[in-house]
Design a protein around this ligand. Structure first.
Ligand SMILES: Cc1cc2nc3c(=O)[nH]c(=O)nc-3n(C[C@H](O)[C@H](O)[C@H](O)COP(=O)(O)OP(=O)(O)OC[C@H]3O[C@@H](n4cnc5c(N)ncnc54)[C@H](O)[C@@H]3O)c2cc1C
Length: 332
């Protein structure tokens, strides 16, 4: 059942129709708990609040799969504005980008050139840029783009997903590149990825421990307290310096734990997505954890004094009907 629910939400995250509609509708279903608004000025305030608590941030200008080069160029312009804001406000903050937002799905060389424009400005401001890892169909291309960029820039790194069998080899090859380790958020085939959570978790811990023993900076990105506790012990036992790693979590998730880790003196970074293109990101978060769906439903259906709202029921029914039509059409 969990797998079916996961697949449905991942399917919804990929729906071009729903993604484009959601941009017009604005936030609903409680998405604002996990997405920090739509404006740069708003997100700057969020970063300042977290920085004041000793938490650094990484900003993600939400969006994926540019439909044409014009859209990718607009995304680049927005990202450059974010870099200016980080520098102007002297925020403790770096950037996360998705290459399909910058045209990887259209033209690889165009995407490399676009990234170079971004890295040029980021380098001037001494800001690190992390390339998020997307679905496996973009994996090789993403690593190729990274290689091309690394010929010229050091302020760029990427993500390794522990659900991939090949993660160990790729991590070894990228041993001098700053890396974020995650479990992996997409639906991947058993040809390339572990399907069992225990395998994914075990692999995550192996990858993280391997990196922690090396010299290059690693971001350990998970909300999983079991993994975090095991790695905290490992760090203590091996006397690993806190300038070699950080823990990362997504904005809006386990806020108490985020602050506790920072208070305990662990370097901590919150990944903050913001912008109008929230739907795909939000659906992937719902796919990850049934409890997130409960939170979403509660938020969508009830007011704070527990009264049933009417419009979300109508909107929800409309989405469900649209989703059913989308899947039915796809199946034919
Ligand atoms: C900072 C960051 C960046 C990411 N970047 C990418 C990326 O570039 N590419 C990509 O594919 N994926 C990315 N992801 C998503 C990642 O791959 C996982 O899909 C996602 O983090 C869920 O896995 P998890 O490790 O957090 O733990 P899960 O496997 O979701 O949870 C494990 C256990 O932790 C506990 N737990 C988890 N969440 C909560 C909660 N909210 N409250 C209470 N308990 C909880 C529960 O006991 C749960 O069973 C990123 C994740 C983070 C945190």
């Amino acid at each position: 059942m969990t797998t079916i629910i996961r697949n449905v939400f991942i399917g919804l995250s990929n729906s071009k129709f729903l993604n484009s509609q959601a941009k017009k509708w604005g936030f609903f279903l409680g998405a604002d708990k996990f997405v920090a608004g739509t404006t740069i000025s708003g997100v700057v305030e969020t970063v300042k609040e977290l920085n004041a608590k000793g938490i650094s941030c990484t900003l993600d200008n939400l969006g994926e799969f540019a439909v044409d080069k014009q859209e990718a160029t607009e995304a680049k312009a927005h990202i450059l504005e974010i870099l200016n804001a980080i520098d102007n406000e002297q925020l403790d903050c770096h950037l996360s980008v998705k290459l399909t937002q910058l045209g990887l799905n259209l033209d690889q060389q165009f995407c490399i050139d676009t990234m170079k424009d971004i890295l040029e400005v980021a380098e001037r401001y001494d800001i690190f840029v992390n390339i998020d890892m997307e679905h496996y169909s973009y994996y090789e291309m993403t690593l190729d783009v990274l290689d091309a960029l690394r010929e010229q820039y050091n302020n760029v790194g990427t993500v390794i997903q522990s659900y991939l069998y090949r993660a160990v080899d790729d991590l070894a090859r990228l041993n001098n590149v700053r890396i974020r380790i995650v479990k992996g958020a997409y639906k991947e085939d058993s040809d390339v990825a572990y399907q069992d959570n225990q395998d994914i978790d075990r692999h995550f811990i192996t990858l993280a421990k391997h990196r922690l023993l090396g010299d290059t900076f690693t971001s350990i990105a998970t909300h999983d307290h079991r993994i975090i506790n095991e790695l905290k012990t490992f760090v203590d036992e091996h006397g690993i310096s806190t300038d070699r790693f950080e823990f990362q979590m997504l904005y809006g998730f386990r806020n108490d734990m985020q602050e506790k880790l920072a208070r305990e003196g662990y370097p901590f970074c919150t990944y903050i997505p913001f912008g109008r293109d929230w739907f795909g990101y939000f659906m992937r978060r719902l796919a990850e954890r049934p409890q997130n769906i409960n939170l979403m439903l509660k938020d969508a259906l009830y007011t704070e004094d527990n009264t049933l709202k009417t419009w979300p029921v109508i909107a929800g029914s409309a989405i469900a009907a649209t989703a059913a039509v989308v899947f039915w059409r796809r199946k034919r």
